[in-house]
Design a protein around this ligand. Structure first.
Ligand code: GUN
Length: 281
């Protein structure tokens, strides 16, 4: 029997409808939400992501400021730009697209963003607050994954949830969010041994490796009726793919998110939601 293909586009539309209502309320109070993005360098994936984020803002009525900077820019100049956006009352959210060129320090750059404008939830303050259970602005992809689980009424409490990723963008905030919902979280990474055995005990598997040559989540790693959320995105023979062997896994799992059309659109919708939260802070 086939499982259910998660419809990320439908969930994203639902979130955008909620966001539009909040924007109308804010506008009636004279607040016009605005997101400033900073992209440094010419990474083609980053250019695509930034374009999608701007398009989504336009769709719901969030104003945008688009800073595209050369990868020769100094750390001081980046810090100054962020400082000026922090001081600008018309700007509610600041997003620095990652990865940064090697010449720039990620921690220093992110730390310059005011926590109140940190729509990516990546500043030490926001990540720290999340860790101690006080969510303010939280990273978009983990929030989007929770939206999926809640949309389909997939229980979290007491479930074994295998997360294959330990980054600040995905694995770490997701760990805190799932733990706060009483899951047993198994945090896996490139040094994890017996990954297949660990996956097999997962009621939910959330995978975000993004390198098909190194890792593919195959059907034999997934137990019957498991939920598989595929966060990865990479290119295979010119086609966008995730980590999971979708065609085989859907025959066995209860829910599987596709790539594209799964987590990606929801992540962008969560950025819009975070920008609205930032506009009210
Ligand atoms: N690069 C890949 N995903 C993201 C994201 O969600 N936020 C930022 N800032 N950079 C990214």
């Amino acid at each position: 029997m086939n499982g259910i293909k998660i419809d990320g586009i439908k969930i994203a539309q639902k979130i955008k409808t909620q966001v539009r209502k909040k924007i109308n309320l804010l506008k009636s109070e004279g607040i016009k939400p605005c997101l400033a993005t900073i992209l440094i360098g010419t990474n083609s994936a980053s250019l695509t992501y930034i374009k999608k984020k701007h398009e989504a803002c336009k769709e719901v009525g969030i104003a945008t400021i688009d800073h595209k900077l050369p990868n020769t820019i100094s750390q001081n100049d980046v810090n100054e730009l962020i400082n000026s956006l922090n001081k600008n009352n018309k700007v509610h959210g600041i997003l620095v697209q990652l990865p940064l060129p090697k010449t720039l320090n990620r921690f220093e750059t992110i730390s310059h963003i005011s926590p109140k404008k940190d729509v990516d939830g990546l500043t030490p303050y926001n990540l720290g607050m999340l860790t101690i259970g006080k969510k303010i602005l939280t990273t978009c992809t983990p929030l989007g994954i929770l939206e999926i689980l809640d949309y389909y009424d997939i229980p979290i409490r007491g479930k074994n949830i295998v997360v294959i990723n330990r980054t600040e963008l995905i694995g770490k905030p997701l760990y805190s969010l799932l733990l706060s919902r009483d899951a047993t979280v198994i945090s896996c990474h490139s040094f994890t041994r017996n990954l297949k055995e660990l996956c097999k005990i997962g009621d939910i598997i959330i995978t975000a490796v993004g390198n098909r040559k190194k890792f593919v989540l195959t059907e034999d790693m997934v137990k019957d009726n498991a939920v598989v959320i595929d966060v990865a995105i990479s290119k295979n023979h010119g086609k966008l793919v995730g980590d999971a062997d979708f065609t085989q896994i859907i025959k066995k799992a209860s829910y599987v998110s596709p790539v594209p059309g799964g987590v990606g659109p929801i992540t962008v919708a969560m950025l819009l939601k975070n920008t609205i939260i930032a506009a009210t802070l």
